[in-house]
Design a protein around this ligand. Structure first.
Ligand code: T5A
Ligand code: NA
Length: 207
């Protein structure tokens, strides 16, 4: 049965995910692919507002609790996500479960291991493609607006980068995020197109 593709963008803070997601959605729509863009965390829900308060350092929460909030913020979109994919809509996600695992595991808090974090994501569909926008933390730190949120610190971002690297599998495409916006977009389109076609041809959604 034909379905939409689940395309996820991941990477460190400020690497250009939102810029590339928007350009990709515009491109896919212009070629007639029914596409929506979503962001995680979704700060508009009540759980998302708690996450926003935590990220902007207005609230302090236990690491295990904030991890659960990020998980719940995805689960609250789960039914709609599955419905849209089954109805043929391609979803382009600006962060997803992989950020959930990488950022919490990077904290190094006892018990909050990568395996534990992964186990909390099992109810969610797996991405058909993860576009990893790879860039050194020093280079992203030089971009405008860096440092305003909780995790935007170079030492921590290095650990996040290592965590992402250990999550990579055959569904990941790594793109150098330090190039120009248009060059990156061209590389993104090249890796996304075959995945959209495979989903349309009925390739099963992973777990
Ligand atoms: N998190 C998230 C968790 O801990 N657990 C979870 O489960 C989840 C889902 C918020 C934080 O939450 C953490 C991860 C994050 O620390 P967020 O809101 O996605 O997540 O925060 P950011 O990743 O920091 O998102 P930003 O919007 O700040 O950065 P983007 O989307 O990566 O970058 P973008 O496109 O906004 O670009 C940033 C700047 O760079 C410029 C842009 O114009 C902009 O000024 N830019 C470029 N400049 C030069 N060359 C290019 N190629 C450029 N592309 C963009
Ligand atoms: Na940020």
């Amino acid at each position: 049965m034909t379905r939409g593709a689940l395309i996820v963008f991941e990477g460190g803070d400020r690497c250009g995910k939102t810029t590339q997601c928007s350009k990709l959605v515009e491109y896919l729509q212009s070629t007639g692919v029914d596409t929506q863009m979503w962001r995680f965390p979704n700060r508009s829900t009540s759980i998302g507002q708690s996450i926003n308060a935590y990220l902007s350092e207005q609230a302090h929460l236990d690491d295990a609790v904030v991890h659960m909030l990020f998980v719940a913020n995805r689960l609250e979109q789960r039914t709609e996500m599955l419905r849209l994919l089954a109805a043929g809509t391609t979803l382009v996600l600006d962060r997803y479960s992989y950020s959930g695992v990488a950022y919490t595991a990077a904290k190094g808090v006892p018990g909050l291991t990568m395996e534990y974090c992964k186990s909390l994501e099992v109810l969610l569909p797996a991405a058909d493609l993860v576009v990893h926008m790879a860039m050194t933390p020093e280079a992203t730190a030089a971009r405008g607006g860096y440092g305003q949120e909780r995790y935007e610190k170079v030492e921590f971002q290095k650990k996040v980068m290592e965590a992402f690297e250990s999550l990579r599998d055959e569904r990941w495409a790594v793109i150098d995020a330090s190039g120009s916006i248009d060059d990156i977009h061209k590389q993104v389109v090249a890796v996304v197109q075959p995945v959209v076609e495979r989903a349309r041809a009925g390739a099963p959604l992973g777990k």
